[in-house]
Write a protein that binds this ligand. Structure first.
Ligand code: MG
Length: 156
């Protein structure tokens, strides 16, 4: 399952390294960190069953919308990533919730700033539907950041 979700993310244009670089960028000002440690935390987040389930669900919905397999009016809502459609964020919260409030704060920041891979996923030029995926990827990054914060706290 761990390998499956990694390859599903990859097929949707998101690599482990896309996520690890953002984790590093966000956390290196707070804790001593390098790319390999950041990558390790991203992988650990992806081992959680709740996270895997959110990835499977979100990507399935994006792909169904992309293939026009969903009825209107939901199809257009998904394809346009309608601002008032909040179910994608709600699903992503099932990832950040695992790591408490810090996860939520980081998710909020990523959702607004959209650095790196998140900007790519959000550009609607590709013809792809990433309505769920952008929030899921932000949540994975946020969760990895929280995991790092927690691990340093317990060592202090
Ligand atoms: Mg979204």
């Amino acid at each position: 399952m761990h390998d499956l979700v990694i390859s599903m993310l990859q097929q949707r244009g998101v690599s482990l390294s896309d996520m690890a670089v953002l984790v590093l960028e966000m956390q290196q000002k707070y804790v001593p960190l390098n790319y390999d440690i950041a990558l390790e935390h991203v992988k650990k987040v992806l081992e959680k069953r709740e996270v895997q389930n959110a990835i499977l669900t979100g990507i399935a919905i994006d792909q169904a919308a992309e293939a026009d397999l969903i009825d209107e009016p939901l199809l257009s809502i998904l394809k346009n990533d309608d601002a008032l459609y909040g179910i994608d964020e709600i699903l992503a919260l099932s990832i950040t919730n695992i790591y408490g409030t810090i996860g939520l704060t980081n998710f909020g920041y990523l959702d607004k700033a959209k650095p790196g891979i998140l900007a790519e996923l959000n550009s609607k030029t590709s013809g792809k539907v990433n309505t769920f995926l952008d929030d899921i990827v932000a949540a994975i990054i946020a969760a990895a950041c929280s995991r790092i914060a927690h691990s340093y706290e317990s060592n202090a």
